[in-house]
Design a protein around this ligand. Structure first.
Ligand SMILES: C=C(O[C@H]1C=CC=C(C(=O)O)[C@@H]1O)C(=O)O
Length: 381
């Protein structure tokens, strides 16, 4: 069984061996008691500081992909030696599901729907099925991804099917340490530009864009609504700031709070927030129905939650975006975009192209963006 990795500026975790796998779906809440029991069993079996690491799917009625490893260690990402570049099989084909026209049609359909319903935002996504000339090696993809994207949350999660989830998410859903919690939602995006002046202008325009500010607001308002009753203090800045990845600018809000009841685990809190309007829409249940209607594939773990949690409930969970599922000779990449009333189908398609660039560059299948050379990207949380 391959190593699980979750890297963060905060605490990074490396885990190996399987003490127990937990597949109980997150919906309904039984998962949390099941996880607490598994961590107790691990302690009884002599594992000193047991943790759970893994991912929860977008649709929380589907099985979780969590495991309690036999061995785990925390380390400081800055002390990690750069991972050696490993040979990657070249990309031979790629297919978008849906294709360009059908995706844009979906955007039109969503916008038309807003006029006749209470839905204000829906996040529509697509898959890019990428075929390599040989086996897609998750270690090689992860090494390339980590070298090109030193910030954010890099993850590598071996799945029960034998496939692996690999990615670098810029978005913190929830971190908990004692009573202190942080969430850093992102929504509203613009592509990075090759030269420094136009790149700075693209970021500046995003910060002023009424469409993107609205798209962002749905997320922060919803997170505030869900966290406020649980918190003694909660700070939600009125205006977003900018966060950059190697491919994209995003509107970002760092939300910080103090829990009234620190006994709630980081995974319980992450599941309480999931799915936020950054990956689903607003209002959540109606947006989910629209997504089911429009998207011609199952999201699986994409747009879910990925991270770790210890036996005290402390932990860190990112939103599972900028990622792919690696199996055999193929890697299934995912990207979505928030659709609101004034969304333009061409721009939303281009946004998904930009987001896919992060994984495609790691596969050596996209031109390196000049923007990747622009000074250090800001980092979530
Ligand atoms: C759904 C994705 O991004 C989310 C996170 C940041 C910005 C987003 C946006 O501007 O639409 C999305 O809400 C994705 O990267 O696939």
């Amino acid at each position: 069984m391959a190593t699980s990795l979750f890297l963060s500026r905060h605490r990074s975790v490396r885990a190996s061996g399987v003490f127990e796998r937990i597949a109980t779906p997150a919906a309904g809440g039984a998962l949390h008691a099941e996880l607490a029991r598994a961590l107790l069993r691990a302690r009884d079996a002599g594992i000193a500081n047991p943790i759970a690491i893994g991912a929860i799917p977008f649709d929380t009625t589907q099985p979780a992909e969590l495991l309690v490893p036999e061995h785990s260690e925390f380390f400081n990402r800055d002390t990690l030696r750069p991972l050696a570049a490993l040979p990657l099989a070249p990309v031979v084909a790629s297919t978008s599901i849906p294709g360009e026209e059908r995706f844009k049609q979906g955007v039109r359909q969503a916008v038309a729907n807003f006029a006749h319903s209470d839905i204000r935002k829906a996040v529509l996504s697509r898959v890019l099925e990428v075929e390599l000339a040989g086996r897609a090696d998750p270690a090689a993809i992860f090494a390339s991804l980590a070298a090109q994207n030193p910030t954010g949350f890099q993850f590598r999660i071996p799945l029960s099917s034998g496939a692996e989830l690999v990615g670098v998410s810029p978005e913190l859903l929830l971190r908990k340490e004692g009573a202190h919690i942080v969430s850093n939602p992102l929504a509203g995006s613009a592509r990075r530009q090759p030269d420094a002046d136009s790149d700075a202008a693209a970021g500046g325009a995003l910060l002023q864009s009424p469409k993107d500010l609205r798209e962002h607001r749905y997320v922060t308002d919803d997170i505030r609504r869900l966290l406020a009753p649980l918190c003694a203090t909660l700070d939600v800045p009125e205006q977003p700031s900018l966060l950059s990845t190697n491919a994209m600018w995003h509107l970002s809000t760092r939300i910080e709070g103090t829990l009234r009841d620190p006994a709630q685990t980081s995974l319980q809190l992450a599941c309480h927030l999931h799915p936020t309007p950054a990956v689903c829409g607003y209002p959540t249940d109606l947006a989910r129905k629209l997504i089911d209607l429009v998207e011609p594939f199952d999201r699986g773990l994409f747009a879910g939650v990925v991270g770790w949690c210890d036996a005290d409930g402390n932990g860190e969970w990112a939103v599972t975006i900028r990622c792919g599922k690696v199996q055999g000779n193929t890697i299934r990449l995912f990207a979505g975009a928030g659709i609101v009333a004034d969304s333009c189908p061409d721009a939303e398609w281009a946004e998904t192209q930009g987001k896919l660039g992060t994984m495609l560059r790691a596969l050596g299948a996209a031109r390196p963006s000049a923007s990747a050379n622009v000074a250090t990207a800001a980092e979530a949380a």
